[in-house]
Structures are given as C-alpha cells and as structure tokens.
Design a protein around this ligand. Structure first.
Ligand SMILES: O=P(O)(O)OC[C@@H](O)[C@@H](O)c1c[nH]c2ccccc12
Length: 267
C-alpha cells in the first residue's frame, strides 16, 4: 500500500538526516527560535489565524509531482509560484518537502517561508518528532499529521510538540473513525482528505459528509481534488473554513485568475 510505503521511506530518510544533524541539535535550534518568539510577545499561531478569517480561505499548494499524477509541473519556479499565490490572495501556502514521491525539497520550504508573509504548512509525512523540529527551523508555521500513519499516542505527542513550538498541526483524516481520533487528539485544525491515500480515488463528498462530525470551533479544511467554482460553492455552503488545492493551481498559467474563478468572483 502506497501510504505505508511512503511512510517507511520517510523513516529511512529521517534516520539518514539524523546522521547529518543530530536530534539534540535540531531540537535545540527549534526551541531557540520558539523561545525568541515567546519573548517577543508570545506565539500567534498564524496558520490557524489565517484560516479563521471570514469567508472560505485558500491554502495553495506548491507541488511539482505526486504519486497519483506523476509530474504535474515540468517547469517549477517554486519561489515565483509561491509569490504568485500570495499576490493572488492565498491565506496560506502548503509546500511539499517529500523528495521521492512528490519531488519536494526542504530548501523550497525554507526559501519560500523566508520570502512570503503568509504562513506556510510543511507538507510531509510526519513520522518522527525530528520532522517537527525541522519544520520549525525551516520556517514553517504548521505541520501535517496524518491519522492513517500515526498511532493515537503519536498523534497526541506530536500535536503537543508542535503546540509547544508555536506550530499549528493540520490533522488529516479520511474516515469517520479518523476524524474521531483527530478530535480525541485535541486537534484545532482538521483536514479531511477527499483523496483516499490507499487507492487514490477522489470524492469531494468525503469532506462534505464528515463535516457534521466536527464542532464549529475547530477549523475545518477540505483537501484534494477541488477543481471548480461549483466544488467551492458546495463546500462553502456546507460550512468549510478552508480548502487545500494543489493540482488545479499548479496547472493554471495565471493563478490569480484561477483563484478568483474558483472563488466565484469572475466567470
Ligand atoms: O492536488 P490536489 O488534488 O488539489 O490536492 C492537494 C493536497 O490536498 C494533496 O496534495 C494532499 C493532501 N494530503 C496529502 C498528504 C500528503 C501529500 C499530499 C497530500
């Protein structure tokens, strides 16, 4: 199963990284940044704040390739893409850092976070707390926690580490049971992936159906397979706070017009 395969490959990648930068070192670096933020007035959790604004928020994804679609963007000027998203009115960005299946890179995240004002989610398969410290050091405002690859204990522990570093956690679920597990982990932001990461089938109805399970004070995100203004209209009417969109934007030449079209502002 692809998800387990990616998770296993990620564990290998992180074990190698630990040889380059020791866990104590990355942890100390992350904590130092967090301490500084605390002294300068405390954590603001910009990712969560950005999604709580009025109206449906757009999280735009910087993604070169995916296991289900192969290479999506041959030409991949990631910094220009990120800046275009920001200028188009994105509330937040999602940057893939997984190298083997998504052709992502930590450097993309680092450079982008450095050059945009809006908060950035590190989109990766978090399977080790090391990756949360890394995310902080790279300049992310949020990390992804996928219920399907984490135990209850890990979900809680990782959410706590993120919180203590001033990072938001987007807790991803795909089934009713996973939404329940996300709620039990005290998630403040829950994303329902319309794509089944085990079979790659996409069905927007998944995030519509699971909406009622999540209390109003938790930020609710619909992820994947969003393609038309009609999709957005339905999700908005269903009480969705934010949408996470990759492919549709990556394939559009003019991201500003694409965003306005999806938002129903232009024909
Ligand atoms: O490109 P799409 O279909 O708009 O999907 C974006 C995003 O939801 C998708 O990339 C994604 C959702 N959850 C993930 C977990 C890992 C990697 C990628 C993802």
């Amino acid at each position: 199963m692809i998800l387990d395969e990616i998770a296993a490959k990620t564990r290998e990648r992180i074990e190698k990284r630990k040889q380059e930068i020791a866990p104590e070192t990355i942890k100390a670096q992350a904590e130092k940044i967090a301490e500084k933020e605390k002294k300068q007035g405390g954590f603001t959790f910009p990712f969560e704040q950005a999604l709580k604004k009025n109206g449906i928020s757009f999280i735009c994804e910087v993604k070169k390739a995916s296991p289900s679609k192969g290479v999506i963007a041959e030409d991949f000027p990631y910094l220009a893409i990120a800046k275009e998203y920001e200028a188009a009115g994105a509330s937040a960005l999602s940057v893939l850092t997984e190298p083997y299946y998504f052709m992502g890179n930590d450097t993309y995240l680092k450079e982008i976070a450095n050059q945009v004002q809006i908060p950035v989610l590190r989109k990766d398969f978090t399977v080790d707390e090391y990756m949360i410290y890394e995310a902080k050091v790279l300049g992310a405002s949020a990390v992804l926690l996928i219920c399907a690859i984490l135990s209850d204990e890990e979900l809680k522990r990782y959410a706590k580490i993120a919180q203590e570093l001033g990072l938001s956690a987007l807790v991803e679920a795909h089934t009713e049971e996973e939404v329940q597990r996300a709620l039990n982990s005290k998630a403040r932001i829950i994303g329902v992936n319309n794509r089944d990461l085990k079979t790659f089938t996409v069905d927007i109805h998944t995030s519509e159906r699971l909406r009622r399970q999540v209390p109003q004070d938790i930020v609710y995100v619909s992820e994947s397979g969003i393609k038309t203004p009609e999709d957005i209209r339905r999700l908005r009417e269903n009480g969705t706070d934010a949408v996470l969109i990759g492919e549709t934007f990556m394939r559009s030449e003019d991201k500003k017009t694409a965003l306005r079209w999806l938002a129903g502002e232009v024909e």
